[in-house]
Design a protein around this ligand. Structure first.
Ligand code: Y12
Ligand code: CO
Length: 171
């Protein structure tokens, strides 16, 4: 089922998410709905809080070298922890909860992470480049943080002005 994505400045996006304790049918339905919702909106990453579910669950599906978003490359992440960070990289990020806004964000280039898959098995692995950026972006959602909070003071001010104008135009 496609669920509604909440957008900035919805207060729920600031709520820290909680760990999953049961790896059951309810979790599997949440993961399946998140995938359907993300694909419907042409996203490459989604955190559960973006569909108003405050659980430490995120999904990432990076397109391959032919720009194809294959389901076999879908990563389902439950209760993630970033264990190590290394290097630095800048990427122009976007977010389904902040539609039509893109800005450069600096993050670690490489990360070592642990998480559980949908069956509760523990995975420990390393990611770099776009997967590392996406993982960090989605983990921030679980802490109640958005990428716009990483902008410089001036860029954030400009964003807030543009966003207010955009919301006014929608009324
Ligand atoms: C690198 C940087 C950030 C991420 C997080 C995941 N972000 C997304 O998946 C963003 C998707 C996105 C899709 C849009 O297209 C549609 O909504 C149809 C979009 O365009 C508009 O809102 C018009 C904006 C963002 C992963 C990796
Ligand atoms: Co996002």
């Amino acid at each position: 089922m496609i669920r509604k994505i909440i957008t900035y400045p919805d207060k729920l996006l600031k709520k820290p998410s909680k760990d999953v304790s049961k790896f059951d049918k309810q979790l599997h339905t949440l993961l399946d709905d998140m995938y359907e919702t993300m694909m419907d909106k042409n996203g490459i990453g989604l955190a559960a809080i973006q569909i108003a579910v405050p659980l430490n669950v995120l999904i990432i599906n990076i397109p391959d070298k032919d720009d194809k978003q294959l389901k076999e490359n879908l990563i389902e992440v439950i209760n993630p922890k970033i264990l190590e960070m290394d290097g630095s990289t800048v990427y122009t990020e976007g977010c389904l909860s902040v539609p039509e806004y893109y800005e450069d964000v600096q993050r670690a280039k490489k990360i070592k992470v642990s998480y559980r898959n949908r069956h509760g098995d523990e995975i420990v692995t390393e990611y770099d480049d776009l997967l590392s950026i996406a993982f960090q972006h989605e983990c921030d959602h679980l802490k109640g943080e958005l990428f716009i909070e990483k902008l410089s003071f001036l860029k954030r001010k400009k964003f807030e002005k543009e966003w207010k104008k955009k919301l006014k135009g929608k009324k």
